[in-house]
Design a protein. Sequence first.
Length: 247
Amino acid sequence: MSIHKYIVNKISSGKKLHFTLIDPDKPLEDIDRISSEMVKAGTDAFLIGGSLGVTPEEASKTAKALKKHGLPVIVFPGNINCLTPEADAVLFMILLNSLEPYYLMGAQLAGAPLVRKYGLESLPTGYLVVYGSTAVAHVGRIVPIPESKPEIVGAYALASEMLGLKYLYIEGGSGAPKPVSPSFIAAARKASKKLIIIAGGGVREPAIARKIAMAGADILVTGTIVERDPGKAKEIIRSFKFVHTSS
Ligand code: 1GP
């Protein structure tokens, strides 16, 4: 089964998904420990990637280690150095609010032949980095979105749908000081019923995960909390995935 189908099947049966973000820039024993805990906690897939300093060797080693859990391993590329044939799929992304032509089509031009050679499934994704104070915002030269203007996110969602993209990733930035705003998620959901909405960045409490779920996100990504406090990460996964049943 394709990874896209795996995701769509879960969503169409009323489920929400959690993805665990693993930065390959860490020792294998940490990757093994963190990933095993997150599998037990009910995560649905692994994302691998980072904004800076990921070598193709690290990406391959990490993907291999994660594959043994039997869950999808998806490259979430900060750049083409994160691509590896050991993964199953790639979020093939366009950084929608970037001022930098490289992230609008240069990286895609360089990456597409590699994705084809590596046999990775492409998950076509609009990537929207909403806050300005994180590594991804700096590297990607983004224009931040004012929190008072969620309708801008709605317009990006519409544009993504009209371009035929399947996923919209609304990103606060890894380790962001504040979580991605649920009002952004709600605006995107209102604008597009079709897009699979991925949300992440700065989510460190179950209550915010629940709000993001209620705002209409299909997939929640957490990275930092998974490393810092796996117990809290488990609560976050539960609050997001079982939003209709948890109090
Ligand atoms: C980053 O959205 C993800 O792309 C996860 O962010 O590390 O803050 O959980 P955190």
